[in-house]
Design a protein around this ligand. Structure first.
Ligand code: IMP
Length: 199
């Protein structure tokens, strides 16, 4: 079964396509990007808004994702608002710097990335899958290859430094196996492959 990815982000569409390789699901870029306002107060709602908007326009099975960084010490400021932390005009690096500044004197540094995938197979068949990557917010920017908040995020329990400190290739290998997105995809694969193949 083929799903279109409800986003204009070609890099993410390619990453998802790779994660679903070898299954009976394939992900392709949407024919065109459409503007969707993400007005929900949590990731599930925003993923659903995007997936339904693309499904309604293209009338094809659709998947959308929404993700965010949840920081224990700043519960109200990131999460669903992660992409807008500090205002719309900041670069990713400036957002990392701002977060480090806000946490200067903070000893509680736990955080997690969370990804929600919403699959719309038809208007009445909608499924959600969640993945998390637990870690810690570091004390300084490390490396210059990471995406988003990677340069200040240290995954827990895994022999990998802060994500931005490795080469981009090493980070990508790590993320394909362990990221919040990879974990959400693993759950989606496990359920949907048998759901789609049912008699
Ligand atoms: P979106 O769902 O792609 O809009 O991501 C929301 C926010 O979370 C953006 O600011 C991203 O930079 C950040 N984010 C999501 N996934 C990751 C990741 O794997 N590493 C670093 N930042 C991420």
């Amino acid at each position: 079964m083929e799903f279109i990815f409800a986003s204009g982000n070609a890099h993410k569409a390619a990453e998802l396509a790779e994660l679903f390789k070898g299954s009976n699901l394939s992900i392709v870029a949407a024919p065109e990007a459409i503007a969707v306002e993400e007005t929900a107060d949590f990731l599930y709602g925003n993923a659903e808004i995007k997936a339904r908007a693309y499904y309604d326009k293209f009338k094809r099975p659709t998947v959308a994702d929404d993700s965010g960084l949840f920081v224990e010490a700043l519960p109200a400021e990131l999460g669903v608002l992660t992409a807008r932390f500090g205002g719309d005009s900041l670069t990713a690096l400036q957002r990392c710097e701002l977060l480090l500044k806000r946490m200067e004197n903070e000893s509680e540094r736990s955080a997690f990335f969370m990804c929600v995938l919403c699959f719309v197979l038809s208007p009445t068949e909608i499924y959600f899958f969640e993945g998390r990557l637990n870690g810690q917010i570091g004390k300084e920017i490390v490396g210059d290859t990471g995406f988003g908040y990677d340069p200040i995020f240290y995954p827990n329990d895994l022999k990998h430094g802060p994500l931005g400190a490795q080469s981009l290739a090493q980070d990508e290998v790590f993320k394909m196996a362990h990221s919040h997105r990879a974990r959400a995809v693993a759950r989606a694969r496990s359920f949907l492959t048998s759901y789609i193949a049912r008699p």
